[in-house]
Ligand binder design. Structure first.
Ligand SMILES: *Cc1c(COP(=O)(O)O)cnc(C)c1O
Length: 300
């Protein structure tokens, strides 16, 4: 199979914003990974597809209506010519929700919208339908929280850490595969930076175990996990002025962050730089995971 990710996203130096924060600021632009503006999901899913020994006739996953993961899985399925089925939860309320659904339909994906308690059984029913019809199905965990996803982040992490030698890495942490992969990368890289995951939803009790799991998948079960849960600002997809103010600063300096993911990590960076937890003059790599679609989808 031809690789679904060709080329690599850039690492950019942001002098003006770095000066404001008192650090040397580098940004890994995974927000620039290919359409559909899905950021880290493109990297995780390209790795997931590449790890399949043979292509199934159908890929199945679950996520929210507006999930970056679901549309990216569907986009890649369309590209390689197989079916995609998304078991979605939530309700279609806004015009951007309708755009998300329409995009999945345009990509040829089939969808169903169910109560969260029914997700597992609906996935199993979709697997059964595919196999009863003589096909094969591959189920991808929500958010692509999978070994292949974590390994993809370990591999690119090692490469960027060795080349750019950051002291500190900041990354939004959701399902944990990106953070866990980068923590494993630090363990495998000569520069071994401190990797700080900024939770966008889960508290530390729920959030740390899946990050550890992902680090173990990526070959570093004992990697130190630094997980900040003080920047969730209300929980998944919610925010207050705290996140909105950080977002304004970042955009003003040319760093396009979103309210759901990357602005929360940016607010953490601002705080850590201000408090001296990240020493002044440190070389900081802000790992931009995407989210422009989420920014656009906010009702105004
Ligand atoms: C899914 C997502 C994340 C979180 O990544 P995980 O690997 O699930 O922790 C961060 N940023 C954006 C834009 C995402 O879509």
């Amino acid at each position: 199979m031809t690789p679904l990710l060709s080329g690599e996203s850039p690492v950019e130096t942001m002098h003006a914003l770095g000066k404001l924060l008192g650090v040397e600021l580098l940004v890994k632009r995974d927000d620039l990974l290919p359409f559909p503006l899905a950021g880290n999901k493109a990297r995780k899913l390209a790795s997931e597809y590449a790890a399949m020994k043979e292509l199934p006739s159908l890929v199945i996953t679950n996520g929210a209506i507006n999930s970056n993961h679901c549309r990216t899985m569907a986009m890649m399925a369309a590209r390689v010519g197989i079916g995609a089925h998304c078991v979605l939860h939530g309700s279609v309320r806004s015009s951007s929700d309708r755009v998300s659904i329409e995009m999945l339909r345009s990509l040829g994906a089939t969808i169903e919208i169910v109560e969260p308690s029914l997700i597992a059984e609906r996935i199993q029913e979709a697997v059964d339908r595919a196999t009863n019809a003589g096909g094969s199905a591959h189920v991808i965990a929500g958010g692509c929280h999978t070994p292949a996803g974590a390994v993809a982040y370990r591999d690119i992490g090692v490469r960027e850490f060795d080349e750019h030698r950051p002291d500190v890495v900041i990354v939004p942490s959701g399902t944990g595969a990106t953070h866990g992969g980068l923590a494993a990368a630090a363990a495998h890289s000569a520069s071994s930076p401190r990797v700080i995951g900024v939770s966008i939803a889960r508290d530390r009790y729920r959030g740390i175990p899946p990050v550890r799991e992902a680090a173990a998948w990526a070959g570093a079960p004992d990697a130190p996990i630094e997980f900040l849960d003080a920047y969730r600002d209300g929980g998944y997809g919610l925010w207050t002025d705290a996140t909105a103010q950080g977002l304004d600063v970042a955009w003003r300096y040319g760093l396009p962050v979103d309210q759901t993911y990357t602005a929360k990590a940016f607010v953490a960076l601002q705080d850590l730089a201000r408090s001296g937890d990240i020493a002044s003059g440190s070389r900081v790599l802000f790992w931009h995971t995407g989210g422009l679609w989420n920014y656009v989808a906010v009702e105004r």
